[in-house]
Design a protein. Structure first.
Ligand code: DX5
Ligand code: ZN
Length: 211
């Protein structure tokens, strides 16, 4: 069974607690939280105070995706705010090894991710040190974009090499491309607009989970 990680970027921020509880009740084990700083990506979202505000209202795993410059400066605040996994971009740091160790020392899990133009090989030296790899299938910054199919090859490549690795896919996943997504070998599925813009979000969560 796949793990569903609804991205609250597409949720109604005026009722974030209800939105999270709704997808959790439908069977989402993870809540994907997109942090954007207006520098690393051309959009702004939320900071640690939002994460800590929703933390008491959810038992789900908070899967925090940091699309920010200088992640070293902020990982501690996000860990304290209640993140369970902090995923950082290969492109956002000069010293990935040090950043991975810093996150681990905060007592949270660590994920590594790459943008669509970045070749998958760059993360191979870090695979043994991380808890999860996230493959971006859109250029980060906005929800509701179309999945870039070539990026699925990165997931296939990793799945062949690492049968047990947690591989998360993020960007453009919809019910109508779910077959391809699952065939690629991803086991943690981020879905933002597909869930929160649906007429019946619970059904979408269940459909992804049970595929
Ligand atoms: C994009 C974010 C994604 C986004 C996914 O920069 O990292 O998590 O919210 O949204 P959808 O599923 O709508 O592509
Ligand atoms: Zn994301």
């Amino acid at each position: 069974m796949a793990i569903v990680a609804p991205s609250i970027l597409s949720a109604d921020f005026s009722k974030l607690r209800e939105e999270i509880q709704m997808v959790e009740k439908a069977g989402s084990e993870y809540i994907h939280i997109d942090i954007m700083d207006g520098h690393f990506v051309p959009n702004l979202t939320m900071g640690p105070c939002v994460v800590s505000s929703i933390r008491p209202h959810s038992k789900a795993i908070f899967d925090v995706h940091l699309m920010i410059d200088n992640p070293e400066q902020y990982v501690e605040s996000f860990a304290k705010s209640g993140a369970d996994i902090l995923t950082v971009h290969y492109e956002s740091t000069k010293d990935m090894k040090a950043l991975i160790n810093q996150i681990k020392s905060l007592g949270v899990k660590v994920g590594i991710t790459i943008n669509p133009p970045t070749p998958v090989e760059v993360i191979l030296p870090y695979i043994d040190d991380v808890d999860m790899v996230l493959i971006m299938t859109v250029n980060p910054g906005f929800g509701g974009q179309s999945l870039i199919e070539e990026c699925l090859d990165k997931i296939k490549f990793l799945r062949e090499k690492y049968p047990e690795l947690d591989i998360e896919i993020d960007g453009g996943v919809k019910l109508d491309n779910l077959d391809k997504v699952m065939e690629s070998g991803a086991n943690i599925i981020v879905a933002g607009s597909a869930v929160f813009n649906a007429e019946n979000p619970e059904e979408v969560v269940k459909a992804i989970k049970n595929r």
